[in-house]
Design a protein around this ligand. Structure first.
Ligand code: RFL
Ligand code: PHB
Length: 391
């Protein structure tokens, strides 16, 4: 097979890129190692920045999102037994976020791709990338016992943190920066009404908790847990009890509990690989960087990369290499700002046992400052809704 762009990975980064390029007449294929159902079964992000919503509108994959997504104008910070609202919309000059699950975004993009007849290979095994230091890169994979080779002009590495693309770059060509946090998030999904109309981020001496949602009847909750914890050790009852303890009295009282329909533990990590381009191989999304989920930035950052990459590739196929030459630098400026924000929010909201009682007092002082200072809450708001894009 010969295509212009071979996209590795059918997560949000790969699907957004595929949709933008294919609509513009660029021949693409998406090569994904998992099955479609497996990809759709992963419960992840829930918060879309306006820029992500705008892009879904621009590419016409917006019907269900506009019908079912919920705009949120604020978030609540809970500490010292009380909740305080941050008015994102008022503080950011009218911007807000949308609560619409990553699973739904993925579903909508897969449906749109299928309906338009653009090609995706699921369950591709032993995917490997070759010759991206030449003008004729190749992707090889096995499917149903048969070996395949795809010739292309460009490879887009949208294959997540554990993917093959970044791992195929010579070690001395890439520099990585990493912080691994000493705790994880235990998350559950349940068909119960959300405890509050807005998201609650709670700093508690027992550890962080987050109350999020997917709809008016489906909730998503998280509690900070130990890295040694196993999902099986956490009964639904134990989860609800722990969550209740980490909320203010009113929210704890109002919390509606029920059976979990999904339960999982995610480790927290900050990671950046530089650069994001290696000849004809371009990394986008989690393949190049990871943020802890506290700032709700991961999916949005993947989409921001794709916005820049798609522009650069359209220019490239038009005979202008300027965009691909500046892609990495342009992305990394935004990436590091999101890394900083996600690290800051993680540091502010979680229990770090090594920081002791002093550390907890400092967090409380910072939270008190944050809610009392318009300058400080504006900084939180403008980062949370998403920083502006470079022209
Ligand atoms: P993905 O989604 O990991 O997709 C990569 C795809 O590549 C496939 N793949 C391969 N395919 C072929 N060959 C190989 N060798 C391959 N290796 C891997 C994989 O199967 C997969 O289908 O990366 P992408 O597209 O860059 O998207 C990134 C986002 O998924 C991620 O950043 C977010 O989910 C992070 N995140 C959140 N982001 C937000 O913006 N807002 C949130 O509220 C938010 N909450 C979260 C999150 C992530 C979480 N977890 C579980 C890490 C909450 C959680 C709990
Ligand atoms: C989610 O709904 O899964 C979610 C929301 C906000 C975050 C992280 C995850 O910061």
């Amino acid at each position: 097979m010969r295509v212009q762009v071979a996209i590795i990975g059918s997560g949000p980064a790969g699907l957004f890129l595929g949709q933008i390029l294919s609509r513009a007449g660029i021949h693409t294929v998406i090569i994904e190692q998992r099955s479609k159902d497996y990809v759709l079964g992963r419960i992840r992000a829930g918060v879309l920045e306006q820029g992500t919503v705008d892009l879904l509108n621009e590419i016409g994959v917006n019907q269900r999102m506009n019908a079912e997504g919920m705009y949120h104008d604020g978030i609540e910070l809970c500490f010292n037994g009380a909740r305080h609202r941050i008015d994102l919309k008022a503080l950011s000059g009218g911007k807000r976020v949308m609560v619409y699950g990553q699973t739904e975004v993925t579903h909508d993009l897969m449906d749109a791709r299928e309906a338009a007849g653009y090609e995706t290979v699921y369950e591709a095994q032993n995917v490997s990338v070759h010759d991206f230091d030449t003008d004729h890169p190749k992707v090889r994979y096995m499917k149903d016992g048969v070996a395949h080779e795809v010739e292309c002009d460009v490879i887009a590495g949208c294959d997540g943190f554990h993917g093959v693309c970044r791992a195929s770059v010579p070690q001395d060509a890439v520099q990585t920066y990493e912080r691994v946090y000493p705790f994880g998030w235990l998350g559950i999904l349940s068909d119960t009404p959300p405890v509050s109309d807005e998201l609650i981020y709670s700093n508690h001496e027992r550890g962080f908790a987050l109350c999020s949602m997917r709809s008016a009847t489906r909730s998503r909750y998280y509690v900070q847990c130990s890295l040694d914890d196993k999902v099986e050790q956490w009964s639904d009852e134990a989860f609800w009890n722990e969550l209740r303890l980490r909320l203010d009295d009113e929210a704890a009282e109002r919390l509606v509990t029920g059976p979990s329909i999904e339960k999982s533990i995610a480790p927290l990590r900050s990671f950046v690989a530089e650069p994001m381009r290696f000849g004809r191989l371009f990394l986008a999304g989690d393949a190049a960087h990871i943020v802890p989920p506290t700032g709700a930035k991961g999916l949005n950052l993947a989409v921001a990369d794709v916005r820049y990459l798609s522009q650069a590739l359209l220019q490239f196929f038009d005979g202008d290499a300027h965009g691909i030459d500046t892609y990495s630098q342009k992305c990394l400026q935004r990436v590091w700002k999101a890394e900083r924000f996600s690290w800051w929010m993680t540091s502010l909201m979680h229990k770090f046992p090594e920081n002791g009682a002093f550390g907890h007092k400092i967090q409380q002082a910072e939270l008190a400052y944050l809610i009392g200072s318009e300058a400080a809450s504006t900084s939180l708001a403008e980062n949370y809704v998403g920083l502006p894009f470079e022209a």
